[in-house]
Design a protein around this ligand. Structure first.
Ligand SMILES: O=C(O)c1ccccc1NCC(=O)[C@H](O)[C@H](O)COP(=O)(O)O
Length: 208
């Protein structure tokens, strides 16, 4: 089970994360209305981690995404808005990067709508629907995922906390397509500042 820690931006906090937690991905949020927004000023102070960086974007222009891919040496582009399959196809052609499409989950999911993305993205990421797009700290009803009809991998997200570990492992047993989890606000002392002890404890539970 892979781990993405999202919403990082404090250089010292990033260093501790790399040394003590060693997640599989580090998420940087390029959505200006997020309290975890990574502005251009961070590019120079952001340490080179050796861990793949995932850039999170919400309905951005391709030019903006390209500029952040270059500035921050991003490995993965996470699309967290209403990006169409046509947009995703164009971005994939231009950047050649791995793309993750976020599915904002409310009461149900229309699997047919997702079918158009299957050949384009590396993974889906299921997160709780919220007007702020992400970082809500709220869980959705994971039972909805049990009818997931694709072989395509996905990450689970939305309000995951230390107490979620055993339920996550049970879900992963039922769903081999689940490649990882995305951790954010429930592991924070302040927006963009992660609690390293909580993350270590969660990682030990999920990958003892
Ligand atoms: O975290 C944010 O502030 C955010 C805002 C707008 C779009 C995406 C955002 N976060 C991206 C993520 O992938 C989060 O990890 C995901 O939404 C889960 O967050 P949480 O519910 O706090 O665990």
């Amino acid at each position: 089970m892979k781990i993405k820690v999202c919403g990082m931006r404090d250089p010292e906090n990033v260093q501790r994360l790399i040394q003590e937690v060693k997640p599989d991905w580090i998420g940087l949020i390029f959505y200006s209305q997020s309290s975890r927004y990574v502005s251009a000023d961070f590019a120079e102070s952001f340490p080179e981690t050796g861990i793949p960086k995932v850039g999170v974007f919400v309905n951005e222009t391709i030019e903006f995404v390209l500029s952040k891919v270059d500035e921050f040496n991003l490995s993965v582009i996470q699309l967290h808005g209403n990006e169409s399959p046509e947009y995703v196809r164009e971005l994939k052609l231009i950047t050649g990067k791995k793309l993750w499409k976020v599915v904002s989950v409310g009461d149900s999911i229309d699997w047919e709508t997702l079918r158009n993305y299957v050949g384009l993205v590396e993974n889906f990421l299921f997160d709780t629907a919220t007007p702020k797009h992400g970082g809500s700290g709220k869980r959705f009803n994971w039972q909805i995922l049990e009818s997931y009809p694709f072989e395509k991998g996905f990450l689970l997200s939305g309000g995951l906390d230390e107490g979620s570990a055993s339920e996550i492992l049970s879900l992963a047993e039922k769903m081999p397509q689940m490649v990882g989890v995305d951790l954010n606000s429930k592991f924070e002392d302040a927006p963009g500042l992660k609690n390293i002890e909580k993350l270590k404890s969660f990682k030990n539970k999920i990958r003892p």
